[in-house]
Design a protein around this ligand. Structure first.
Ligand SMILES: [Zn+2]
Ligand SMILES: [Zn+2]
Length: 386
């Protein structure tokens, strides 16, 4: 990384900026080395490009802000200079060790937006300087049986999850497989785009694959990080959108986001209220309460579907009702890179935006606590600030 002019670490993007005095400092250090026999390795290390990263050292451990060398992209990989990274509830998977075989230390973060600043071998199509996003899906092989069937999310060769099995976006730089990146439209700022890489693609991709058609009644349970996007995507998709939340105070927000109806599940029976509207063709469950999901299944139309994106360990379903009415309860994986790219494009087209709270990377603890305690309105984003 030492050049005669010196470089601030952006050289890989072809945007090398001279670092003032680097050359003379190097000469000074070399002279000093000759006097006190300091190992040449430590002199070199002083000039190697470094970055900040937030790592979890072991399952259940605290975040540590450390300095690391900027990683080099291998074959099929790109290096991204991160500009913003969302803080998602699923980051708890890395923080608490809830995924099998996580190797620590690990850098979390799977709602990443940044600029490609380095490419390994065998990366066709992408170029340095393009702004891209990375989500939960950390890439796929393209040749296993699942990939050959088009089920890229279920790639069998390796489980690649951004910020879980590979270091993620709580850092100045990260490495990602080219198969995991999505192009970010110029109209979206990096802070706006970050939460769309997980919360956004999850709700948008779920709704567009739910079988609902424009005009159908589609209900969204929950008005949090996922729900506030789900209502917007449903309304902008032309669905007759119903927001379901606990408390009258959330009605104004639900309507502002595009809901045509609001059901306060604290005082009303949501299934009965949905039936008054003719029943819901699709109910998008963004909550993490099995009881709240159970309470709405009776509100489905015949052949209607409860789509689950909120992580609940188990759910009791009225099997006889499902059978008699040909209804479904279905889980939905968020999506792969092209789904994310289309989520970003649709958000620009339709005006869907995540409502975010932003924090600089150094305030990762505060940012994470806001998210984990459910206090954030509505998504939390870390910004790298340079
Ligand atoms: Zn997520
Ligand atoms: Zn595969």
């Amino acid at each position: 990384m030492i050049t005669i002019e010196g470089c601030n670490g952006q050289a890989r993007a072809g945007a090398c900026q001279p670092v003032k005095g680097a050359q003379s400092r190097l000469v000074e250090r070399a002279l000093q080395w000759s006097l006190d026999a300091q190992p040449v390795q430590s002199i070199l290390e002083d000039f190697m490009a470094k970055m900040r990263a937030v790592q979890v050292v072991h399952a259940g451990g605290p975040f540590e802000i450390v300095e690391r060398e900027i990683p080099e992209p291998g074959s099929g990989m790109v290096r991204i200079k991160v500009q913003a990274c969302g803080v998602c509830h699923s980051d708890e998977v890395t923080k608490q060790g809830m995924f099998p075989g996580i190797q620590y230390p690990r850098v979390p973060g799977h709602e990443v937006i940044g600029v490609i600043d380095g490419l390994g071998q065998n990366v066709p199509r992408w170029t340095a300087g393009q702004r891209v996003g990375v989500g939960w899906n950390g890439g796929y092989c393209g040749y296993c049986d699942s990939c050959r069937r088009g089920n890229f999310f279920a790639c069998e060769t390796s489980t690649q999850v951004t910020g879980v099995t590979r270091d993620g976006g709580y850092a100045d730089y990260m490495i990602a497989p080219a198969s995991a990146i999505a192009l970010v439209p110029a109209e979206l700022s990096s802070e706006e785009g970050a939460p769309l890489m997980c919360a956004g693609v999850t709700t948008f991709n779920c709704l567009r694959n739910s079988g609902a058609r424009p005009g159908d009644v589609v209900a969204v349970i929950g008005l949090g990080g996922l729900g506030h996007l789900g209502i917007q995507f449903a309304a902008k998709s032309g669905f007759n959108t119903v927001g379901i939340g606990r408390g009258k105070d959330k009605e104004a927000l639900a309507r502002k986001l595009g809901a045509s109806h609001y059901i306060d599940s604290a005082v009303e029976d949501p299934a009965a209220e949905l039936q008054k509207l003719g029943g819901a063709r699709v109910i998008l469950a963004t909550v993490t309460s099995a009881d709240a999901m159970k309470a709405v299944i009776g509100g489905l139309t015949p052949a209607g579907t409860l789509m689950i994106v909120g992580a609940v360990p188990s759910l009791e379903v009225p099997a006889l009702q499902l059978l008699l009415k040909s209804q479904q309860v279905k889980g939905w994986y968020s999506g792969t890179s092209i789904d994310s790219q289309e989520t970003l494009a649709f958000s620009v087209l339709s005006g869907v935006r995540s409502m975010n709270e932003s924090y600089p990377l150094e305030q990762v603890n505060e940012a994470y606590e806001r998210m984990v305690q459910g206090k954030a309105r509505f998504r939390v984003v870390l910004t790298m600030g340079k």
